[in-house]
Write a protein that binds this ligand. Structure first.
Ligand code: FES
Ligand SMILES: [Fe+2]
Length: 454
């Protein structure tokens, strides 16, 4: 439970708020670059600020205030051209810094343009995303988090705008055992109600039905405790299982890795399917959710490089306006939405499954104070040597396993992911790169000389 003040402090992101100031220390992913190729000018709201993103014909990117300061027309209706974006009303032109560089109707002698400047934030492209920096100068380096830059991979970017505060999305990653119900029993119930429980084949693995929800319900067996630890880049956490309490064996099951401030990385050592979920605050009550899917190929198979990382929208509702609930990410989305616009943490009752959420809130508070004291928070990088270069927030050194090839764990995990049904049971199914991803999966199976299903 939090006080109302603490809840405000953690959730509000507008200019001048404590969390808003912390967020403005980071490069923020704002749009897929491939979307900008389809639509070269678009409105963007981020951290409560209304902006316009544009690409000039010579490829320059700009992110500037959304209103023309002449007579306040919307620059999202503007015309991109060499060196900037021109307002469609009377032609004032704004460079990526927000500087007015032309006022064609003011006459050639006029120096008025030099004295007019609007907001302009630095932007750059990495990993198929456009990133913006909205904080104090100088901008830090944009960290090349592993999935953004790993070679020999197929990527796709799933986008959803959610009418709820970003923190309830991020706190979901501090909650490993929501899997049991949301993605286990609820998923099963949803399919049962639709009469679809038997519709899809249930592959077996060691005699056990292997559909997503079965595995998730089994995550309730033999829980000893939920653990969480701070790491250099965020948090690691998971569940300890005990044979004495009903688990198959004594084991530790690591859940997704948190990268501060709003990322979670799913997948695991040697898994081919990896995902970065990014919970970007549009404002206090809306979140731009990015599901950045990355499928890593073993080194024996060279994937055809993608000319651009494609993007797609992940739907929340069906054509009748009913919630779509038959895939994993949508189940999470609808839980977060159900908590309310900004969930009232003064009314909550946390239990043992919430241990990582408590640590996550402490980490936010610690970093908020660092910024308030004039310091630089974690994951702000200013020299190249300090940039993260290993998987999973730097705490899992398993790059060799990841590419261990057809005889190794990468292969086994790849088969597991395929039969587990991400192309059916998760948002991946809507992704434009799915044909290449399935082809890659099949190539891996062929490489191993194994039958396509067992
Ligand atoms: S309102 Fe933009 S140039 Fe006049
Ligand atoms: Fe989930």
């Amino acid at each position: 439970m939090l006080t109302a003040e603490a809840n405000e402090r953690l959730t509000r992101v507008g200019p001048g708020t404590p969390m808003g100031e912390l967020m403005r220390r980071y490069w923020i992913p704002i749009r897929p670059f491939s979307q900008l190729l389809e639509e070269e000018v678009m409105p963007v709201r981020v951290l409560g600020e209304d902006l316009v993103l544009y690409k000039t014909p010579d490829g320059e990117l700009g992110l500037i205030g959304d209103r023309c300061p002449h007579r306040m027309a919307l620059l999202a209706l503007g015309i991109p051209g060499e060196g900037g974006l021109r307002c469609s009303y009377h032609g004032w032109k704004f460079s990526p810094t927000g500087q007015c560089v032309d006022m064609p109707l003011e006459g050639p002698e006029s120096t008025f343009a030099e004295r007019v400047k609007i907001t302009g934030y630095p932007v750059q492209e990495l990993g198929g995303l456009v990133w913006a920096y909205m904080g104090p100068a100088p901008a830090p380096l944009l960290p090349p988090w592993d999935l953004l830059v790993m070679p020999n991979a197929i990527r796709q970017i799933g986008i959803t705008e959610l009418d709820c505060n970003w923190l309830q999305c991020q706190e979901n990653t501090g909650d490993p055992l929501h899997n049991v119900y949301v993605h286990g029993y609820w998923f099963k119930y949803v399919l049962e109600k639709k009469g679809r429980l038997e519709e899809t084949p249930q592959e077996t693995s060691g005699g056990q039905p292997e559909r997503t929800f079965y595995g998730r319900t089994r995550m309730a067996d033999g829980i000893e405790s939920v653990y969480a630890n701070k790491t250099r880049y965020g948090l690691e956490k998971g569940v300890k299982y005990s044979k004495a309490l009903g688990a198959e064996k004594d084991t530790v099951s690591r859940h997704s890795t948190v990268i501060f401030p709003f990322y979670t990385q799913t997948g695991g050592p040697s898994r081919v399917r990896q995902e970065l979920q990014m919970r970007v605050p549009i404002d206090d009550t809306h979140t731009y959710h990015i599901s950045y899917g990355c499928f890593l190929s073993p080194k024996e198979i060279e994937v055809t490089p993608q000319p651009v990382v494609p993007w797609y929208e992940i739907p929340l509702y069906d054509e009748k306006g009913k919630p779509i609930l038959d895939f994993i990410l949508a189940q999470d989305y609808h839980m977060w939405l159900s908590q309310g616009e900004i969930y009232d943490r003064t009314q909550e009752h946390l239990g043992r499954t919430d241990v990582p959420i408590i640590l996550m809130r402490q980490q936010f508070e610690e970093q908020l104070r660092i910024v308030e004291d004039g310091g630089e928070p974690m994951n702000v990088f200013r020299n190249k040597e300090a940039l993260p270069d290993v998987l999973h927030g730097g705490e899992w050194d398993e790059t060799q396993e990841l590419h261990s090839g057809p005889g190794g764990r990468a292969h086994i995990s790849f088969r597991f992911a395929y039969h587990k049904g991400y192309n059916r049971d998760d948002a991946d199914r809507y992704g434009p790169a799915m044909p290449q991803i399935i082809e890659l999966m099949q190539n891996i199976e062929d490489l191993a000389g194994a039958p396509s299903a067992d």
